[in-house]
Each structure stands twice: as C-alpha cells, then as structure tokens.
Write a protein that binds this ligand. Structure first.
Ligand code: ADP
Ligand code: MG
Length: 384
C-alpha cells in the first residue's frame, strides 16, 4: 500500500494500515430489524485504508476498486454525490455530528471484498475508514460508538436502510468463530465454527430485483403493521416492542387471529430466530448435516412465507439440493443477490463449475463464486 500511496499522492502515508473484513451471515435473515438473532462470520477478504494529514481543508480519496481519485471540500460536506465517495463523506458527516473535528487528508482505499456481491464491501469500507480517522484525529470513539457511527453513515448519508449486523461483525469478528448476535440488546455470544471437511461457498447471481416496488421497505412496514395489530388488539398478554419477542407457542395462537399474509411474515421471523439458535447449537456439536437442513428450511421460509427470494436464487438452491450438498440458502436482503452453500471440501471445484454451467444455461448470466473462510474482524497493522 505504501507504494500505491506514493504513486497516487506523491508522498508517504502516516501511521498504520487499517483493515476491516467483509462478512457472510450464516443464518438469520430479516430478523435484524425485528430485534432478532443473526449468526455472521467475518471473512478472509479485507478492505485496507491508509492516510496522512494535510494542511488544507480538502479530503482526497483514492479507491483502487474504482481506480478513481475524488476530492471533497471539508467546508461543504452536506450533499451526497451518489457515488462511492458518499461512504467516506458519510463517515465524516457523522464524526462532525458527534462534535468531533478532523483536518485535511489524503486517503487510499484498497479492497479485496467484491463490491455488491452481498459480502458487505460497504461495511468493510466504513469500518476501515472510521478506524483510520479515529486514530489519526484522536476522536476517542470506542466499539459500539464506532460501529453505530458507520451504520448511521450508511443509513443517513448513503440512504441505505440496513441494520447494524454488517458493521458489527466487520468490527468484532473472530477467526474460527461465528457471532450469535442479538440485534436488540447488541450483545453477542462467540460460537465455535467447526465446519469439519466442509467449505462455505458463496454464489452471487449478479442479478438484483431489489428496487422493484421497494419490497425491502414493504417487508419492514408489514412487520410494523403486524406489531401494531397484535398490540392494538391485545392478542398477547404483554405489549411487544419487536416481533422477535413472540414465542413459538404464542405464534400458534396468532395463526387464528392474524390475517394470512401478516401471519406468514411473523411466522418467518419467529421460526428464523429458532433456526439461528439451532445452527449455533449444531455448529458447536459439529453436526454439519443438521446445519445444512436448517439452511434449506430457512430458504423455503424466505421464499414462501417472507417472499423475498427470486427465480435465480431458487434455481441455485434447487441445484444445490439436487447436486447434492448438505445445505444452501439465499443470504442478504433477497430479491436477487447471493446464496451460501455448505460444500464438501473435495467437491468445491466441481460444484462451482457445475453450478456456473447450469446457471449460465438457464439465465445466460455468469455467476460470481467465492470460497470464504472465517477471519478476524477489524485490525490495525503497521505499514510494511
Ligand atoms: P455490498 O456491501 O454487498 O458489497 P453495497 O451496495 O451495500 O454492496 O455496497 C457497495 C458500495 O460500497 C459500492 O457501490 C461503493 O459505493 C461502496 N464501496 C464498497 N467497497 C468500496 C471500495 N473498495 N472503494 C470504493 N467504494 C466502495
Ligand atoms: Mg452493503
């Protein structure tokens, strides 16, 4: 990075290299905004950032992923440009919101996390940049403050209404572990990730239907609506603050009083939380086949009850079942994006080849495939 920095900015970076990884969520989809559980791992693909302070009121940012240099006037940061620089600018805006200051800088971004493949290149970028600012300008932000700042940057400035999982795991992830994260309490339990002779393979369909009718926001408001109906009619003995508080016994009762579509949404959320606990338990016991069954079950629920899958995702999960591999499911918000698969180590190459071939045949699109391993979360390393 040192050489790259010199090439772009004509001088040397100060301080260290800040790295933050992408992530895969093993299970727990659409539970985060319902106060539920998720089970992400940080992966062995990083975004690295290094910087130096300058004597002016300009921020210069270069990303090797886009091969672009951008400059920002630090006295005029309020307006998004709807480009990748918004992620950096959003961090700066949020730092100022917290009453903290910084000066001009040159900043280099070099990332291995594929952009837009559902591996959360955005959170990796945010955490790496926020850590670099935190150190260089002595902002004194710690743990959750920094994680929340990154989420706010993405929510408020970029305008992507994501939960906190991506930033949380990029910051706190651990090699050889998954984190069982309670998104309501923002506390996690460390889960041993014993995959035995299996590998995690991500297949990105590269297709996105996400913006069709704004379905992600529709699901969020359906959940709010369900909560209102349950609370408003005193269907349960206590008032709820989130759907994830509903027990499986209470769910059986709700079947008779909630309208079908709303019941299906609630049913997904409640059972998905149970599946997260199940996968965490089975991982600890090294019962990979059982983990895999819950992956398939999760996908069925996302497809049929929560209705956020797509024909491309379903095709790949059907392929996985027919191949067969022990487990596969869509990961991420849905309406396109990626699936994760549990694949026996010796079959990874063949599996990727055949899945690619089948997908190309069906859709005339080449999917992107990645083998991912767990890794540590954000780290600082000395400039080599
Ligand atoms: P994902 O997080 O799944 O990769 P998102 O759409 O949430 O997909 O975030 C991708 C966006 O984040 C990119 O379009 C870009 O604006 C920004 N981004 C991510 N990584 C980089 C990078 N290395 N350099 C510049 N911008 C990046
Ligand atoms: Mg993202």
């Amino acid at each position: 990075m040192f050489d790259q920095f010199q090439e772009v900015f004509g001088g040397v970076p100060e301080g260290d290299v800040y790295r933050a990884p992408g992530r895969v969520n093993l299970i727990g989809e659409h539970t985060d905004y319902n106060g539920g559980l998720v089970l992400p791992i940080a992966i062995d693909m990083d975004t690295c950032v290094c910087m130096r302070e300058t004597a002016n009121d300009i921020g210069c940012v270069y990303s090797t992923s886009f091969d672009q240099l951008a400059t920002m006037d630090l006295n005029d940061l309020d307006h998004p440009s709807n480009t990748w620089t918004d992620y950096v600018q959003g961090i700066m805006v949020e730092i100022r919101e917290r009453g903290k200051q910084f000066r001009g800088f040159d900043l280099l971004i070099d990332s291995e996390v594929p952009v837009g493949s559902g591996l959360s290149s955005s959170a990796a970028l945010e955490i790496a940049v926020a850590n670099a600012f935190n150190d260089m300008f002595d902002l004194g932000l710690v743990d959750l403050q920094l994680i929340r700042l990154c989420q706010s940057a993405e929510n408020n400035f970029v305008g992507a209404h994501t939960g906190i999982m991506d930033q949380y795991i990029s910051y706190h992830g651990l090699a050889g572990k998954a984190l069982l994260l309670n998104t309501k309490e923002l506390v996690h339990e460390v889960i041993e990730l014993e995959l035995d002779d299996f590998q995690l393979v991500v297949i990105d369909t590269t297709v996105s239907h996400e913006h069709e009718n704004n379905q992600y926001n529709v699901r969020r408001s359906e959940c709010e609506q369900a909560l209102e109906v349950i609370n408003g009619n005193d269907f349960l003995p206590e008032q709820l603050t989130a759907l994830s508080q509903i027990s499986t016994e209470q769910l059986s009762f709700l079947r008779s009083v909630l309208e079908g579509r709303l019941f299906d949404r609630v049913s997904h959320v409640v059972n998905e939380n149970q599946r997260v606990i199940g996968v965490a338990d089975f991982l600890t016991q090294e019962k990979i086949e059982k983990v895999g069954e819950l992956f398939y079950e999760s996908h069925r629920s996302l497809k049929n009850l929560y209705e956020v899958s797509s024909k491309e995702l379903d095709f790949l999960v059907d392929f996985a079942r027919d191949y067969p591999v022990p487990g596969a499911r869509m990961t991420g918000g849905g309406f396109g994006g990626a699936i994760i698969n549990l694949v026996p180590e010796g079959k990874v190459e063949d599996y990727i080849q055949q899945a690619t071939f089948a997908f190309e045949n069906e859709f005339n699109i080449t999917p992107k495939c990645f083998v991912v391993n767990s890794s540590d979360g954000a780290r600082v390393k000395p400039m080599a």
